[in-house]
Ligand binder design. Structure first.
Ligand code: PMP
Length: 405
């Protein structure tokens, strides 16, 4: 149970800010989350006290920085319940992690005519990398349709498999609809066809317990900045057996064992996929963010946020002319809507004047917008530091905008 919300909010100094003389209400958590003091202090401590390039140094500071970075990897491993630290690759974020898999997997495992299955509710970052590979390699992309309630059509999914299917790549939670997809079932079905699965966990890791081994995911990716960590750092989890098979994504320092002008022998996992100086300050701050989340408790976070979602959904539904996009049975923390004829951009601009930060537009999911037959939505997305009082203010403000326009 989350009981002392005020003391949690004190960990996030930005939540005490005002905008246009109104208390800031930050409902743009699906785009990025705010950072607790503990994470910011970890960054400061890293640069002030433990800053030296890692892995190559014999000196004290370099060894301390290396240890901090590798301990951060172990923290991520434990958080995701991965088998070994070698299965945790630090990337710049979800986008880079998916691009890595798309590039390396299609190089190693795909021929012209092979197929990848994605879903109709993917973020552009789980569409475009596959299109780039489709153009390079002549592979085809098949799409699981999204049903009326914003759930994946599982029967249609099963029909998409063919002897050419090589990979399934789908999101755990939709950043537009809030749908929590049945990823365990999706993975099980793919595995009966001998096909591996990549799960985009960008919207899931901040909100629910993720156990990659229990899910059976072959690849699982997420971004640090969406889980209270810094920007510029993210994670690719990959089963060792898959990562071993894949070629490096980039070449450079750190990822090599030996180099001559004729030939390079690549380093072991995970370093094979981490060319160049890694963001070792970012990794330690991400580990701190994960520790912070664990201190509150992932289950407590899920329960609290689900309560907020239910409260907000009920209140929003009661407003005349409101249409909510995404009516899935399992939803998490994302509420997309339109109000009558009011353009999403106008609603967002006016809510901003009331101090409320929401996102408007296509949310990097233009193909989904096309299916929904709209240009964009207003999206309110919640975190454990939000409150029902903030939702009340938000609801009153939506109502005011509705009567104003
Ligand atoms: N996938 C999903 C579901 C997302 O919500 C986002 C971020 N909006 C991304 C991928 C991309 O994440 P990033 O920009 O941090 O790489």
């Amino acid at each position: 149970m989350i009981s002392d919300i005020e003391s949690i909010r004190k960990d996030f100094p930005i939540l005490g800010h005002t905008v246009y003389n109104k208390p800031l209400i930050y409902f743009d958590n699906a785009a990025t989350t705010q950072k607790p003091r503990q994470v910011v202090e970890k960054i400061e401590e890293g640069y002030y006290n433990v800053n030296a390039n890692i892995h190559r140094g014999v000196h004290f500071l370099s060894q301390a920085a290396t240890e901090a970075h590798e301990n951060a990897r172990k923290k991520v491993q434990q958080f995701l319940h991965a088998h070994s630290p070698g299965e945790i690759i630090f990337t710049r974020g979800t986008t880079e992690a998916i691009n890595l898999v798309a590039s390396s997997f299609s190089d190693a495992c795909m021929q012209p005519g092979d197929e990848v299955i994605i879903s109709g509710m993917e973020h552009h970052s789980n569409i475009v990398p596959w299109q780039i590979q489709a153009a390079r390699k002549g592979i085809a992309i098949k799409v699981i349709p999204v049903g009326e309630k914003g759930e994946l059509c599982m029967d249609r999914y099963k029909e998409l498999f063919s002897e050419h299917t090589r990979l399934v790549s789908v999101t755990h939670i939709s950043n537009v609809l809030g749908t929590v997809n049945p990823v365990r079932e999706i993975i099980e079905i793919a595995h009966t066809h001998g096909v591996p699965v990549l799960i985009d966990g960008a919207q899931a890791v901040p909100h629910l317990k993720v156990d990659v081994e229990a899910l059976g995911a072959d690849f699982y990716v997420f971004s640090g900045h969406k889980v209270y960590g810094p920007t510029g750092i993210g994670v690719l989890y990959g089963k060792e057996e898959w990562l071993d098979k894949l070629p490096p994504y980039q070449g450079g320092g750190e990822m090599i064992a030996t180099v001559t002008f004729e030939k390079t022998v690549f380093n072991e996992l995970p370093f094979k996929f981490e060319a160049g100086t890694p963001d070792y300050i970012g990794s330690t701050a991400l580990a701190e963010a994960l520790r912070y989340v664990e201190t509150i408790g992932v289950e407590n976070i899920a329960a609290y946020e689900n309560d907020l979602m239910q409260y907000a959904t009920e209140k929003l539904t009661a407003i005349e002319g409101v249409r909510i996009f995404g009516q899935a049975r399992h939803k998490s923390s994302v509420l997309s809507f339109l109000t009558g004829h009011i353009h999403h951009y106008d609603m967002g601009m006016l809510l901003d004047r009331f101090g409320i930060a929401v996102r408007t537009g296509h949310h990097c999911a233009q193909p989904l917008m096309k299916v929904l037959g709209i240009e964009g939505t207003v999206r309110a997305s919640f975190s454990f530091y939000n409150t029902k009082e903030e939702i009340d203010t938000f609801i009153n403000s939506v109502e005011r905008v509705r009567t104003l326009l």
